[in-house]
Design a protein. Structure first.
Length: 202
């Protein structure tokens, strides 16, 4: 069972590499199997189709990160410093941006979002799950009278959308070997400060 799980993870990892290098359509199941080091027919013991592999790639890197890390880490925890909590969430998100596999994932997502329904649906699901996580978090802060009474959906959307936009800019600048320290500072410090000053109770 452990070997099968390891092979499945290798398939996902190699597929991500190939999808990022040459695109989803130009990558064959045989190429993925060769990169993993297994027989071409053996890959079907783990995935029924190339589209199933793409779905697994998106599940592990997009909404999977929110469900498996952010929700578990923050939703059940007591909030004693909302400002610090928002900064910590930004840190967790931005730390993933430095990972090569995250950059590959976003590259594949942006390339395939207008070509495959799997990519488009994954992006929408990623946004919806991330927003839902933040709505619950801000509602918790409002219920505990830690911030102003405001629409939690609006707060979640405002907090999320700048992160999404900056993420794309970050990746574009990294691709061009530009210094991204200023961008990081602005999101981690200036954005959080601006947002916190808008929602904190006087």
């Amino acid at each position: 069972m452990a070997v099968e799980h390891g092979t499945r993870d290798k398939i996902i990892g190699c597929a991500l590499d190939l999808f990022a290098q040459q695109g989803f359509s130009a990558t064959s199941m045989r190429q993925i199997a060769k990169a993993v080091g297994i027989q071409g027919s053996s890959i079907y013991n783990h995935f029924g189709s190339k589209n199933d592999i793409l779905e697994a790639v998106f599940s592990g890197h997009g909404f999977g990160f929110v469900k498996n890390i952010l929700e578990k880490k923050y939703l059940d925890r007591e909030i004693d410093n909302p400002h610090g909590l928002l900064t910590e969430i930004i840190d967790d998100i931005m730390n993933r941006w430095t990972l090569q596999e995250d950059r590959q994932f976003v590259k594949v997502l942006l390339m395939e979002m207008y070509r495959t329904e799997t990519a488009r649906a994954s992006y929408i699901r990623d946004i919806d799950i991330s927003r839902s996580f933040l709505v619950r978090l801000f509602k918790k802060m409002i219920d505990r009278k830690m911030i102003k009474t405001m629409n939690p959906w609006l707060l979640a959307n405002e907090f999320l959308q700048l992160i999404v936009g900056v993420h794309v800019e970050y990746l574009a600048r990294v691709q061009g070997d530009e210094d991204v320290d200023v961008l990081y500072h602005r999101l981690r410090q200036e954005h959080v400060e601006f947002f916190w000053n808008a929602i904190r109770k006087e």
